[in-house]
Design a protein around this ligand. Structure first.
Ligand code: NAD
Ligand code: WQD
Length: 339
């Protein structure tokens, strides 16, 4: 298939591009590089030996999308493009609603004009809000979210349900990612946050590198085995394989389907820091700090639906995640900046 990856130069998009190219698909990428670098395209091509057709374009730009869909015969789209920083979304809600909703609407309109009927959307476990029961199954209710970023995901899921109800031949797959970490084993692509990282794994890798003095562990008094927060970390390469499986599914089914993409296993912040230090033979100094507002004690997936229906499951271990994150960070201490 020829697959459009909006936000395809981003962390998850780039890994998915590699996976799809290796499986024999063609990749068309559209990114405005607001949170990524055009250098990613060269890296994807270096890893796979295949060409990527890259468009520097804002997905909210109707004319740019019209040109892309006219030039390329797209079979399916994977919509990664979006702003994703939770804290920033609280400070700049309009920017988040504008970018994330507008890009989705503009993409859907272009797809409709050009008769493209398959879409995979990057949703998030954040749509579950505070978990009622663990593990989280897809049936559990969504909302109430604690930040505008999360609400954009809930709203876009609803838009896709409404659109599919009106167009029963349309196929939409909503993938709710848990906590993606790790990097391609080549070390050529990985997560490159701007400024001080918000997420745990890049904070750990930058601490190991000496760029950050120490890791602050947000809360050690949660109702969890060691008191620190528990999350379902998933290797980004497993996540990328999940997209390939979803692509096969949406080629053969109509309607909306939701899948959790996680491992089904939770690890605590302490386990993460200690496993990272052990596997890589590096020091990760940490201090305990107050809880971070908005954090839940524990969050992990029931990943059985994806296994049952997509035939997909995560296979890479926590050790793989720690080793590959460090391999990427060591080779690229300044992300794509110094490349
Ligand atoms: P990322 O920021 O690395 O990638 C997003 C990409 O979209 C970037 O390359 C950015 O430049 C691009 N982009 C943003 N707005 C755009 C627009 N209007 N037009 C064109 N390009 C645009 O983020 P990621 O971690 O790869 O996440 C991909 C998707 O998965 C996002 O939608 C994110 O919300 C979602 N998600 C991420 C996580 C996570 O922890 N990384 C978890 C759950 C869901
Ligand atoms: C993980 C754990 C922190 C940093 C976020 C979004 C979510 C999704 C994934 C997009 C928590 C602790 C972290 C640090 C720490 N993104 N921590 N010190 O909050 O589970 O999920 O990213 O959809 O929507 O909310 O991930 O990596 O920020 O935190 O102790 O410096 O690490 O408290 O327990 P989170 P995270």
């Amino acid at each position: 298939m020829r697959v459009l990856l909006t936000g395809g130069a981003g962390y998850i998009g780039a890994h998915t591009a590699v996976e799809l190219l290796e499986q024999g698909h063609e990749v068309v990428l559209a990114d405005n590089y607001v949170n990524s670098s055009p250098k990613v395209v060269d890296r994807i091509e270096a890893i796979t030996g295949h060409r990527v057709r890259a468009y520097r374009a804002d997905v909210s730009d109707r004319a740019a999308m019209e040109a892309l869909f006219t030039e390329q015969e797209i079979d399916a789209a994977i919509h990664f493009a979006g702003l994703k920083a939770v804290g920033e979304s609280v400070a700049k809600p309009l920017a988040y609603y504008r970018n994330n909703l507008d890009s989705t609407l503009t993409l859907l309109e272009a797809m409709e004009r050009h008769g493209v009927g398959r879409l995979i959307f990057s949703s998030s476990a954040t749509v579950y809000g505070t978990p009622e029961r663990l593990p989280l199954t897809e049936e559990q209710g969504t909302g109430v979210c604690t930040n505008p970023y999360g609400w954009t995901k809930v709203m876009i899921e609803q838009i896709l349900r409404d659109y599919t109800a009106a167009h029963p031949e349309f196929s939409a797959v909503l993938l709710r990612y848990f906590n993606p970490v790790g990097a391609h084993r080549s070390g050529l692509i990985g997560e490159a946050p701007n400024g001080v990282p918000n997420n745990l794994m890049p904070y750990i890798t930058q601490t190991a590198l000496g760029k950050r003095d120490h890791l602050s562990i947000f809360g050690n008094d949660y109702d969890t085995p060691d008191g620190t927060g528990v999350r379902d970390y998933i290797h980004v390469v497993d996540l990328a394989r999940g997209h390939a499986a979803a692509l096969g599914y949406c080629a053969e089914h109509c309607g909306v389907e939701v899948f959790n993409l996680g491992t089904g296993r939770g690890y605590s912040v302490l386990e993460m820091a200690e496993t990272f230090a052990r596997v890589n033979g590096v020091a990760v100094p940490y201090v305990f700090a107050p809880r971070r507002p908005g954090d839940v004690a524990a969050c992990y997936a029931d990943a059985s639906k994806a296994r049952r229906i997509l035939g997909w499951e995560a296979v890479l271990t926590l050790e793989d995640m720690c080793r590959d994150s460090w391999n990427w960070q060591r080779q690229n201490p300044d992300g794509y900046e110094g490349a």
